[in-house]
Structures are given as structure tokens and as C-alpha cells.
Design a protein. Structure first.
Length: 377
């Protein structure tokens, strides 16, 4: 099998050697440019076997390219219902799955009508957002109206208003092959993604507990499996955000048709002692699955950020943290001095830890975020 690429920027170094051929295009999010690039590769190498990619904003365009070349894979309708969060939640709710109440807001009157239904706090976001980016919590009518104006809500560009879900938050990631789940992994976020976005200094954690079955897990996994089926996924990864309310009930935040970000894909591999990238590629390219693999480890990631703006000046506490928990650290990247502060919730650095005991992972993460400090100026 030959790997060819259609890219807006040429890969460099070792990455370039992975590709038999690469076509550079002007706009990596343009279906027209993607199809043109694939067609050039088709003339050089023959008809494509699969057309795949991992970025969420690309899934509809990739499905359109597959349709153009009659290549197997997720179709346009399925890709669109995953990408459009309002359509997604309508489909899930119609199937009886619990989701936040929501409404597409096109004007101030819509916003006030939704306020009357759900009250405050609520959340505003783009219908095709990803990774909680451009997502805002609003607590008052003034914030609501300002947010709707600021996001430019209109019939041509609606804003998605949602009930604010509270409680424990995490993700459930599935690998599906031929419509059947082959791997399902539950993780915990501490604290929630929206809290992390609202407080860019918070150093937060994601934990994949070794325990992945039983009370507190099975209902989440069943919900993720049902959601993928309801939305029509045949083969691929899904990344579902879930909430467990204080009363114990569950709700789906949203679900994406892609491998998880924030190093969670890597963490899934570490937890199951396998190569997650090969696992995904085997599924989407070969329609094959080499597992199952036992959940042999708990894995966690601490995302390193700090108070302030500007560029990274220094990092303190790393040596002390390493002395305390270095024996369970499997990968770490400290923030780079001189680099501008990252506006992503993933922060400027990270540390991944692994142990056969979940409590050891949780304790190590607590020590890391308690000792490591990132300084900016």
C-alpha cells in the first residue's frame, strides 16, 4: 500500500518520507482543491483505495471527495450529521438518547425564547465547532444578547444555544468496524473543558482509569455505542463528550467522527499496550482489527499552563515533580522558552503518566500540576 498526501503545507523531515507522493493545494479545507489534488495523484498512481483524514473540519469535504471518486467510507450525510451539532443532537434526541436542550439562534428574539425555556447559565457556540473552541458560558440576559451579537447570529450564520450541563465530564472514544464497536474507552476530565477554557491558567488533567467496565462505565459505553450507530457510522473513531449530572443521570455533550485529540489517542494506546495509530489505520484502510487488547494500565495527562500572557519565560518545579513521580512518567514535553502562550486548552506542555493502579496515576497528576509552574512575560 502506498500513502499519498493532499496538503496545504508540505510535510517536513521524517514525516515527508512517509509519503510516496504529496500534492500541495491552496486551500486545505476546499472540497474543490482536495478533489483536484486527489485527481492529480490518481493520474500518477491509479484510482485511490481510501480517502481519509483525522481533522474534524475536514470530514464533510473528505466524504464529498469519496463520493466524487466512488471510494468506500463515510458518506456525506453521515459526515454532515456528525459535523453539524444541531442536526446531531436532533438525531440523538429523536432516538431517545439524552442530550442538552438546544436551539439554533438566528436573532435576538430566538435567544430570548430559548432563555425562557432553559434559563441560565447556558452555552453559545458555532454549530460546527470543535474541541469546545469558540464556546461561551452566559449567565445573564446581557451576556446572552452581547454573545449573540458578537457571534454575528443570522439566518445565514446561526449560533447554537445549549442548556448548560453540569457534573462530572469525560469522553468515551470508540473504534467501530463494519458498524460494530471493537474498542471503547472511557476517560475523565478534571475539571471540565469549559472551565479550562474560561480559566486559561488552570492546569488540568485527563485520566483513563484502568477500570473500564462495571458501574460508572458500562452506561457511558453503551451510550457512546448507541450514539455512533444512530448517527450512521460504519467504520472509524468517534470521540464523545459526556456528562454525569449530580443526580447520576447521563447526557451527551457532543460526538465527533474522528480520533480524540489532547493526546488521548496516544493514551488509549498506552492503556491497552498497543499502537493506536496503526489500530485506526488498519480499520479505515484495511477494514481490519487486530485486537482485542486488555486494559492493562491507567494513563493520565497533565496539561501545563500558567497565569499571564505573552511568551514563555521559564518553567519551575519540573525537577521537583520529576523526583517525586518520574518513575511513572512515560512522556513529557516542557513548555519552550520564548514560545508564545498557546490559546488552546492543551496548554504549552504536557506530561503523560502510566501505572497499573488508577490511584497512582491520579496522585502523580496531582503532584505534577501542584509543583510545575509556567511563567510568561
Amino acid at each position: 500500500m502506498r500513502l499519498c498526501g493532499v496538503m496545504q503545507e508540505q510535510p517536513k523531515g521524517v514525516d515527508r518520507r512517509l509519503f510516496a507522493d504529496v500534492v500541495q493545494i491552496d486551500d486545505g479545507l476546499s472540497t474543490r482543491d482536495i478533489v483536484s489534488g486527489i485527481d492529480l495523484l490518481r493520474r500518477r498512481h491509479g484510482h485511490p483505495h481510501r480517502i481519509i483524514g483525522v481533522l474534524e473540519p475536514l470530514q464533510v469535504q473528505l466524504a464529498q471527495a469519496r463520493a466524487h471518486f466512488s471510494v468506500p467510507g463515510t458518506d456525506v450525510e453521515t459526515a454532515d450529521v456528525f459535523r453539524d451539532k444541531a442536526k446531531m443532537k436532533d438525531r440523538l434526541r429523536a432516538a431517545g438518547l439524552p442530550v442538552a436542550r438546544h436551539m439554533l439562534v438566528t436573532c435576538l428574539e430566538d435567544a430570548l425564547a430559548f432563555e425562557a425555556k432553559v434559563g441560565f447559565p447556558m452555552v453559545l457556540k458555532p454549530p460546527a465547532g470543535m474541541g469546545a473552541k469558540a464556546t461561551f458560558r452566559v449567565r445573564t440576559r446581557e451576556e446572552l444578547l452581547n454573545g449573540v451579537r458578537g457571534l454575528g447570529a443570522s439566518p445565514a450564520q446561526p449560533v447554537l444555544a445549549e442548556e448548560f450541563l453540569q457534573g462530572q465530564e469525560g469522553s468515551c472514544d470508540t473504534l467501530t468496524l463494519g458498524g460494530e464497536p471493537r474498542l471503547v474507552s472511557v476517560s475523565w476530565y478534571r475539571p471540565s473543558c469549559l472551565t479550562v477554557l474560561e480559566n486559561p491558567w488552570i492546569q488540568w488533567c485527563c485520566v483513563l482509569p484502568r477500570e473500564n467496565e462495571g458501574p460508572g462505565f458500562d452506561d457511558v459505553k453503551l451510550m457512546a455505542i448507541r450514539a455512533a450507530k444512530v448517527l450512521g457510522l460504519d467504520t472509524g473513531f468517534t470521540h464523545m463528550e459526556w456528562f454525569r449530572r449530580p443526580d447520576g443521570s447521563l447526557a451527551i455533550g457532543e460526538i465527533a467522527q474522528r480520533p480524540p485529540g489532547a493526546h488521548i489517542t496516544k493514551m488509549i494506546g498506552l492503556a491497552h499496550n498497543t499502537d493506536p495509530y496503526r489500530m485506526w489505520a488498519r480499520a479505515v484502510a484495511d477494514e481490519a482489527f487486530d485486537g482485542p487488547w486488555p486494559r492493562s494500565y491507567a494513563v493520565g495527562c497533565a496539561y501545563l499552563r500558567g497565569i499571564g500572557r505573552g511568551r514563555v519565560v521559564s518553567v519551575s518545579g519540573a525537577d521537583e515533580a520529576n523526583q517525586a513521580v518520574g518513575q511513572v512518567v512515560v512522556e513529557a514535553k516542557l513548555p519552550t522558552a520564548g514560545a508564545p502562550k498557546n490559546d488552546s486548552y492543551e496548554g504549552d506542555g504536557y506530561a503523560i503518566v502510566r501505572s497499573q493502579r488508577t490511584e497512582v496515576v491520579e496522585r502523580a497528576l496531582s503532584i505534577i500540576i501542584g509543583k510545575v509552574r509556567v511563567h510568561y512575560a
